[in-house]
Design a protein around this ligand. Sequence first.
Ligand SMILES: Cc1cc2nc3c(=O)[nH]c(=O)nc-3n(C[C@H](O)[C@H](O)[C@H](O)COP(=O)(O)O)c2cc1C
Ligand code: SF4
Length: 401
Amino acid sequence: MMGGRKDLVIFSDIEIESALKKAANRAPGEVIREIRESGLKGRGGAGFPTGVKWDLAAKADGERKFIICNADEGEPGTFKDRVLLSDYAEQLYAGMALAAYSVGAKEGIIYLRGEYEYLLKGLIATRKVVRGKNLLGKNIAGKEGFDFDVYIHLGSGSYVCGEESALIESLEGHRGEPRNRPPFPVTMGYLECPTVINNVETFITALHIAAKGAEWFRAFGTSKSTGTKLFSVSGDCLRPGVYEFPMGITVAALLKEAGGENAKAVQVGGASGRCVGRSEFESTLAFEGIPTGGSIIVFGEHRSMLGVAKNFMEFFVEESCGQCTPCRYGTTTLLEGIKMLENRKCSMRYLRELISLGESMQIASKCGLGQTAPNAFISILKNFKHEIMVGKQTEQAIQGE
Ligand SMILES: Cc1cc2nc3c(=O)[nH]c(=O)nc-3n(C[C@H](O)[C@H](O)[C@H](O)COP(=O)(O)O)c2cc1C
Ligand code: SF4
């Protein structure tokens, strides 16, 4: 599918052993500088600059440091990490070793989504191969003292455990609930030790940067969103799948590649993302445009957009950990409101209250789950008011009149 293209990072060729050797022949600070200069931002959704994260962990006090790969991939419509874990696991282990060398960590953990249990066997087999090549273990890449190995932990199928502090709680054997932050994991993470948590795609991208340089990487994408991104495209399109494109590609161009030109809507960023209609198809997929961890769900003309909003809200009601009131109360109340809209029993006044409740959740929820749970509902109401509208009064409420 990607054959012959020159604008690839993840799906470009790489000599894994020489990439790690090259890094190990440099000082850790130089490797971090290269990652910083590349402008790489985390591919798990939040977009925190990877070089800055590694630098903070490198400078944090602590005898013991950890590298954690977030392979929880629970966002509806995302499956690009599954492809990487299946077919690019050698690169993942080497990318984690690169991070370990940079920050001075000796221990790594892959937090694997519970539903991906079937990938465990393959990951263990690949780890054996990688150890055999001396890319994990002792004196990695022939560098004295570069010791690092990876343990794999299987999650239990909770979406919120993809949130980094809940992930750490879960790893420590507690209930998977988000922590108050600060302190951030880079200074006080797993077992209260400095911890780097990155997405699968981030580690692999960093390995390519270490091998080919920051300048090479910056040539792809936009000035604020450098490099390329993997997109998991699903739904009403002819060619669903995982695509790699430079950051800044438009929604329309991606739809064309996937055979989804007839879409009436696209949910960018999964359940926690936002729903865009045709008027926004020329917008770019980038941190400064419409950001996404990679999930792109295409909706054809025949889909009920209120049904889509209901489906996502049911997901959030199920997955909310219930720890804080805005999210616990907000998700269930929004779902009830959607059902009232379905039954044409939602007054203008109440609809306004629901929108305002959603806006409060965005500000007052403790973690990203509650902060983003109303996004789909609000954007679908705004973009598809003519479909959802049950009368003039409802339209006025949506427009905030
Ligand atoms: C509810 C929720 C679920 C998340 N799930 C994931 C996930 O499955 N994978 C992931 O990499 N990041 C996920 N994140 C983001 C992580 O908290 C964290 O930002 C990320 O792992 C950092 O890696 P990165 O900088 O490489 O993106 C989630 C965040 C929230 C709020
Ligand atoms: S926002 Fe939701 S998921 Fe996050 S801590 Fe609060 S209740 Fe839990």
